[in-house]
Structure formats: C-alpha cells, structure tokens
Design a protein around this ligand. Structure first.
Ligand code: KQY
Length: 380
C-alpha cells in the first residue's frame, strides 16, 4: 500500500528547496567554525534512560551549562518536561542564554536528529536527512521514530532557515565529520550498513555526500568503536583537529577487540591524503576502560517493547573522541578512569586555543552515546 502523503504546506514554514547545497554553492563547515548556538534535546524516555531519566537530565544539564559558558544554547523539551527542563537549566545565570522550547521527540540525540547546517559564507541553510533510529526495522534502536525524523524540520522552522530534505536517503550527523575544506570522515560499518541505504552503492553514497555537504573526498574507515549501537559512528572513533590533522581512538592492548578496529583505521589514515592532497598528522587518543555496564545500572531502565532492551555487563562504547567544540570551548566527557587525565593532556596540546571543560560522561554513555551525540552546532 502506498504511504499516505500529507499535503505540502506552503506558508508559515521555512522553505524546502528542491536543489542541493552543492549546486547552490553551500558546504558543511567544520565544527570549529564560529557557532551562532548549540541545539540539544532534553532526555526523558525511560526505556533508554535509567531511573526515570533523572540522572540523565542531570548529566545533560552539566553539558548544557558547560556549553553556555561559550555560546547560546537552545534545548528542546516535551510539553510534559518543559517546566522541569527550564527550571533545572535556568536555576543559575549563565554567561550565554539557555532557551528552552517545546518540541516533541522520540529521544534526545540532536547530533543525529537535528539538521546538518551548511553555509555559503553569508547564508546558513539546513539539511534534514531521513532518520530511521539507527537501522529502522533491521537493527534500529526504537520504534516509532517519526517525531525524531521531524526534529530537523522543526529546528529550521524555528530559525526560519531554508531546508534541504533528503527524502529516503538515511544519514545521521554522528556518522560524519568534515574539515570544512572538502574532506569527510566516515565508517563503512555505518554508512554502508544494509540498514541505512541498502539500494545505494558506495559511489552513489559518496555522490550524496558531495551533493549535500560539498565534499570532494571521503575517507572510509572500516569500523567505529567496538559495540557502538549506532553501527560505528565516526564521531566516537575519529575526528578532525584542523585540516590535515586527526585524532583517533586508540588502545595498545592487542587483546582488546578495539585494537583491530583502531589499527585498521590507522592504516587507512596513514595511507590517505585529504581533499587538498595533504597527508594526515594523526594523534592517538586512548580509550577509557574497558567500561562495562553494571547490572544495577540497567535494572531501572523500563522494558516497554519499544526500545532495544539493555544488556547488563555489556561493554560500553566509551571514547573521548565524543567531545564537542563550541566557541572557544571543548566539552569533554570523562569516566572516573585513569585515562581521563591523559585525554585532557593530549587535547590541551592539540587544541591550545580551546578551554577544556570536563563533564561526567558515564550516564550519557549508558544511554548509548556521549556529548557529541547529544549536541548540534548551528554556524554563525
Ligand atoms: O551516539 C549516538 N549518536 C546516538 C546513540 C543512540 C542511542 C539510542 N539508545
């Protein structure tokens, strides 16, 4: 049966363009380019977040208030949680404003459900990728996901920003990193997964990345972090520091299943050049742990049948790569792990212009991601 289609609304919403960003002269800037603000979603779903999502709300509050030291933040909360989110977030004054608006969502991963912003240097537009909860009915993490698929459009409507919609082309923001100069990092584990765009070849996927993000060269790492439920998002594995320079999640322990993944990625990076022909400077960033979920931590996650149940003792996909760059700041998840201080030291050296602010990362990790996964930058 054909999917029923809603009439196209033509007024009171940001325009949806039928061209592509590249054809219009737009490209995705790097995360370190100046932001207008950061977007997040307030967590509340109790079949993903333990203890009624209260510890997650505390953890998100720490992230949001850390970002508000550097730039304005908009937080989307459901009608049920609007008053609580506003009260928790705005208890004390912050350097930059924290705005709470009511938006319905399925969960709280704005990196993946929010728009990917593109610019031509004077105007910003947004890409609204099709979202299928990291795999749809073939390994996706919850059902339904229709409200999450509308988040990008709602953000763009609120901002009055023109929208490109990739109807049918599935992509999450956590699956890509760009240097703003034509190079994109991703993983085959995610972007070539049969549960994303099974009818597209690798070349056709590269063409979409070129058309929508203005990319000239894709660096394909094979896999992401071991046991990452996003199917190996690159934003937990490898990121740019600046053009021609990357950070890679690393372990020296050859018996750790992470080792082969990191080593394979290192081999690819060592043997690649970027879109401008530069060889990469590669910094290894150790992974914490191994970190395992404790049975008592997942005992209070509701079993609703709508989300993938949690497995006690499962290896968590902990990684310091999942930090977030905001205007002059770097928000880094830490895990009460001996590697925390090593990560801070490495990041201080490679980002000397950024002030590092650490936030507790374990609670967000228990929900399946971390700081980068819950944030979305809107370029200035
Ligand atoms: O890490 C992310 N980008 C999203 C993780 C989703 C987890 C849902 N339980």
């Amino acid at each position: 049966m054909a999917k029923p289609r809603l009439p196209q609304v033509k007024t009171n919403m940001a325009v949806t363009l039928s061209s592509t960003p590249r054809a219009d002269g737009f490209y995705m800037p790097a995360e370190w380019a100046t932001h207008k603000q950061t977007w997040l979603v307030w967590p509340e779903r109790t079949d993903n977040w333990r203890l009624g999502a209260k510890p997650a709300q505390q953890a998100f509050t720490a992230v949001i208030r850390a970002i508000a030291r550097f730039e304005p933040v908009t937080v989307m909360a459901s009608a049920r949680q609007f008053a609580n989110a506003q009260a928790q977030l705005c208890l004390e004054a912050t350097t930059h404003p924290i705005r709470v608006i009511e938006v319905s969502t399925n969960d709280s991963w704005c990196r993946d459900t929010g728009p990917t912003f593109v610019t031509n240097g004077s105007e910003v537009r947004g890409i609204d990728w099709t979202f299928n909860a990291w795999g749809g009915l073939n390994g996706g993490l919850y059902f339904p996901w229709d409200l999450d698929d509308q988040v990008a459009q709602k953000v763009l409507n609120v901002e009055g920003i023109a929208r490109y919609r990739t109807e049918g082309f599935v992509l999450e923001g956590g699956a890509i990193h760009t240097d703003g100069e034509g190079t994109l990092l991703t993983t085959a584990e995610c972007l070539l997964n049969a549960n994303r765009n099974p009818d597209l070849s690798k070349a056709q996927i590269e063409q979409q990345l070129s058309d929508y993000l203005g990319i000239d060269k894709v660096i394909w790492l094979e896999d992401g972090i071991f046991n990452d439920e996003t199917d190996g998002h690159v934003d937990n594995m490898c990121c740019f520091v600046r053009p021609g320079e990357v950070l890679l999640a690393w372990t020296d322990d050859e018996s750790d299943p992470q080792y082969a993944r990191s080593k394979a990625a290192l081999d690819v990076l060592e043997n690649s050049t970027d879109a401008k022909g530069r060889k990469f400077i590669i910094h290894k960033l150790p992974v914490p742990g191994p970190l395992l979920a404790k049975a008592e931590e997942y005992a209070s996650v509701d079993l609703t049948g709508a989300a993938t149940p949690r497995e006690a003792e499962a290896r968590l996909a902990g990684s310091y790569i999942n930090f977030y760059l905001c205007n002059g700041g770097l928000v880094l998840p830490t895990f009460d792990d001996p590697m925390d201080s090593v990560a801070v030291e490495i990041l201080s050296k490679v980002f000397p212009q950024h002030q590092i602010v650490t936030v507790p990362g374990r609670e967000i990790l228990l929900g399946g991601g971390n700081v980068h996964c819950i944030t979305q930058q809107q370029p200035a």
